[in-house]
Design a binder for this molecule. Structure first.
Ligand code: SAH
Length: 386
């Protein structure tokens, strides 16, 4: 095992429970090879733990353990078994969930999503890419999937100088995978595009939104219909809108597969459509906003904040007393406090008083590590208009 020496600053970062060491805090890389498991050493040569080494990324080390331990098949197997055990506690009435949430499961650089009998894996750093075979064999042992696909076409792999080509790691993958979520039958596309069409991280928020939803509901950014289909049984009618015709095709197929008769989908730009509804003095009893991440990095924060405020303002204008707003943000740069503040400003501008019904995050199969703020990325706030 090679040793990599880190600065005092990195040492205190590790002590504070964060697993990432940036290149500016690496003192000596020694003989470390791309993707190798290395010993992390302080300037006096004492071992601080073991990490995956990346030769190209700004994140040079991702801590695997704060003990000086061997990282072998048994190590990965134990972490994967622990990950599965947690899901067995937190996932209900669904055969699809995130089995491994990288840092949240003490496996930085690894994401494993389970869709029924199939796994979709993302190997996001050189270390996990190097461990691909052993991880495949461990996953086969832990969940006996019919097929494992590595979605290696994710852009962050570029930072690791890794190829961006998807790869079947074992078994076979069908064109469409049937998925059960909260009792609904949905369809996942694991092979094409960046999106599978099933949003695992909203699984619990769908149930929460359905609990509060009533009357005439509007689901903005509906994509394949997640919120719309969950809310339908408790609503008079649901209208789902999205700018992607492709996503709406799947939404319609999902709707029909579940025999839901009170849901319609429409292709539209949410900003314009909401403005048109307000101009036409239309009212809704429930509005859901689940936009894409407006803030992909810290540099476009101002524009992103304006976007969130505008969309919330426009949605609030459609709601009357007793109305319900479900508003989400999946940008981890916009924290819960900021989102609450933006919605408060939008509500004041729209002349509405809001009661907070629920402050939620991503589903529990996407665990949040207290000392790694990056693991909390999805916020889902539910309000009632007074
Ligand atoms: N709510 C969905 C996931 C939404 S993902 C679910 O739970 O299943 C974000 C969606 O926003 C994508 O489907 C994308 O097509 C859509 N989108 C992005 N910009 C949009 C816009 N300006 N108007 C309407 N839809 C938009």
């Amino acid at each position: 095992m090679s040793g990599v020496k880190v600065t005092r600053k990195a040492e205190s970062r590790i002590e504070s429970g964060h697993p990432w060491i940036f290149s500016s805090d690496v003192a000596e890389r020694g003989q470390a090879q791309p993707g190798e498991v290395v010993r992390v050493l302080n300037l006096r040569g004492q071992c601080l733990g073991v990490a995956h080494y990346s030769s190209t990324s700004q994140i040079v080390l991702r801590m695997l353990s704060r003990k000086d331990q061997v990282v072998d098949r048994a190590f990965y197997l134990a972490r994967l078994q622990a990950a599965l055990k947690h899901r067995q506690h937190v996932v209900r009435e669904s055969d699809s969930y995130r089995l491994v949430h990288a840092e949240g499961d003490l496996l930085p650089g690894l994401i494993v999503d389970r869709y029924g009998d199939y796994l979709s894996v993302q190997l996001l750093d050189q270390g996990m890419d190097t461990a691909s075979e052993v991880l495949t064999s461990c996953l086969e042992e832990v969940v006996q999937p019919k097929g494992i696909l590595a979605r290696n076409d994710v852009p962050v792999r570029k930072l690791e100088s890794l190829p961006l080509v998807p790869k079947v790691l074992s078994g076979e993958l069908p064109e469409r995978v049937p998925v059960k979520m909260n009792g609904l039958s949905l369809e996942a596309d694991l092979l094409h595009g960046q999106k599978t069409g099933v949003y695992l991280d909203q699984r619990e928020n769908y149930v929460a939104a359905a609990h509060w939803a009533r009357g005439r509901a509007l689901d903005c950014f509906t994509s394949t219909g997640g919120f719309a289909l969950h809310m339908a049984p408790n609503c008079e009618s649901v209208e789902g809108i999205d700018s992607s015709a492709e996503a709406l095709k799947t939404a319609t197929a999902n709707r029909d597969a579940n025999g839901l008769k009170n849901v319609t989908f429409r292709e539209a730009n949410a900003f314009d459509y909401l403005a048109g509804l307000a101009a036409g003095r239309r009212h809704f009893d429930t509005v859901v906003l689940d936009p894409p991440a407006f803030a992909k990095s810290k540099t476009n924060m101002d524009a992103a904040m304006r976007g969130y405020k505008e969309i919330n303002f426009k949605a609030l204008r459609l709601l009357q007393p007793g109305g319900v707003l479900v508003t989400c943000s999946c940008s981890h740069h916009v924290n819960e406090g900021t989102l609450l503040q933006l919605v408060a400003e939008a509500a004041l501008d729209a002349g509405k008083t809001l009661r907070v019904l629920e402050r939620r995050a991503q589903a529990q199969d996407h665990p949040i590590l207290l000392t790694v703020p990056e693991t909390l990325y999805l916020k889902c706030l539910i309000f009632e208009v007074l």
